[in-house]
Ligand binder design. Structure first.
Ligand SMILES: *[C@@H]1O[C@H](CO)[C@@H](O)[C@H](O)[C@H]1NC(C)=O
Length: 400
């Protein structure tokens, strides 16, 4: 077991490190090897020019086949906010090693509060010059418990945080009117579209990728699309979320922004894109779709998404009684027994390389990690600190 962990940790040191939103309710918290990797960064590889069956929920490396442990949900308190940790590696969050390698920043390092690099910050790899220029990130929800039932037509952006990713601890606001999830919870997604930046950076020359199509770019304009199991707590909402529309670029004419429920931004993939842009924005930079006003997203809770049918039986405050919302068309097809949320049924069929055995191994490994990890954390802390340091050094050499 230990040698497998070691192997997984070592292979992580050569992966390209970027940023993702970490939470125990995420898929692939433990990585995608089938054993628990406290230094996992399997979810942080950005998605770029992939076919939809690979970029959707990061199936490119089988992330949807590794559900969170039984009972672990991203809890969305209606009318309040929830917190995730944006980091480049699980080892730099409080989800590993009692958080001893976590700092205020996503990579465990320390930077000035007014961190500003005119040629783009590359460490952590944020695709921005400073906080005010950060593109924004978002969470979306689908009122389905079965991840294979989630599509662009039922995954609705419900919360946006302008000027992120920035610090590690990041909070998102939940609309007060969010209805309860079906029995077994909902599926949520975190998204970030990385800015296309027209500043030159010498770091580019060390990148293994060609940026010939991106004159003077300082990084690849790729995106993130990660799955989580989530549930709404304290829900009193009586209207279902509506069918989302693709966002449009509307910086120069706010009256043309899409109002009401919106899809996540799907950009720069081989297929499945839902936005195209060309030309320059009002600041004179190449247009780059983002979870901000340029694509019609308000900061915070998206309160205009409840355009679906009325839900007759509301008032539940958690997942246990949320099956009562089955009158809604958006929840009708979704009933999955809450007692088996980590069943292999949830794994997409097309990711054949990861067997159902690996999947249940992951689930049980994760469950045992929850109960046994404390003493291990302490024992292995020193060895891992060494590896984490190595990772930091190597990480800064890669910029996508
Ligand atoms: C942030 O970066 C932009 C673009 O380089 C620059 O115009 C702005 O002055 C910077 N703001 C701060 C607070 O450094």
């Amino acid at each position: 077991m230990f040698s497998r962990l070691l192997l997984a940790s070592l292979s992580a040191t050569v992966a390209h490190a970027h940023l993702a939103a970490w939470h125990k309710g995420m898929y692939a918290l433990n990585g995608v090897s089938g054993s628990v990797d406290y230094n996992s960064d399997d979810v942080v590889t950005p998605l770029w020019q992939l076919p939809k069956d690979q970029w959707w929920f990061h199936a490119v490396n089988n992330v949807p086949n590794f559900p969170p442990a039984d009972g672990d949900y991203l809890e969305l308190p209606a009318g309040k906010s929830f917190t995730v940790e944006i980091a480049s590696n699980r080892g730099e969050t409080t989800l590993s090693f009692d958080g001893q390698f976590a700092s205020d920043w996503p990579d465990g390092q320390t930077y000035p509060a007014d961190y500003n690099v005119p040629t783009c910050i590359t460490s952590p790899n944020m695709h921005t010059q400073n906080q005010s220029q950060a593109a924004g990130t978002a969470f979306a929800i689908s009122y389905n418990s079965d991840i294979t039932k989630v599509t662009p037509d039922n995954l609705v952006v419900f919360s946006v945080r302008y000027h992120t990713p920035w610090l590690r601890v990041t909070s998102y606001d939940v609309p007060a009117d969010m209805p309860a999830c079906p029995e077994g919870g909902c599926i949520c997604s975190w998204g970030w579209v990385r800015r296309f930046l027209t500043f030159h950076s010498s770091v580019l020359t060390s990148s293994p990728l060609s940026f010939s199509k991106i004159p003077n770019g300082c990084g690849e304009p790729n995106m993130y699309h990660l799955p989580y199991r989530c549930m709404v707590t304290g829900a009193t909402g009586t209207k279902a979320v509506g069918t989302p529309k693709p966002p449009v670029w509307c910086e120069d004419d706010p009256s043309s922004c899409v109002t009401g429920p919106k899809q996540m931004l799907y950009w720069n993939q081989l297929d499945g894109n839902n936005i195209e842009v060309s030309g320059y924005d009002l600041a004179g930079e190449a247009r780059s779709p983002a979870y901000n006003s340029k694509c019609g997203f308000d900061d915070g809770a998206q309160n205009d998404i409840f355009t679906g049918p009325s839900i007759s039986n509301s008032g539940s405050s958690g997942s246990s009684s949320s099956g009562s919302s089955s009158g809604s068309s958006s929840t009708k097809t979704t009933t999955v027994p809450s007692s088996s949320p980590t069943t292999t049924n949830a794994a997409p069929k097309e990711t054949a390389t990861s067997s159902s055995t690996a999947n249940s191994a992951s689930a049980s490994a994760s469950a045992s990690a929850t109960s046994q990890c404390k003493p291990r954390k302490v024992r292995r802390a020193e060895a891992r600190k060494k590896r984490a340091t190595t990772m930091h050094r190597r990480r800064s050499a890669h910029v996508y």
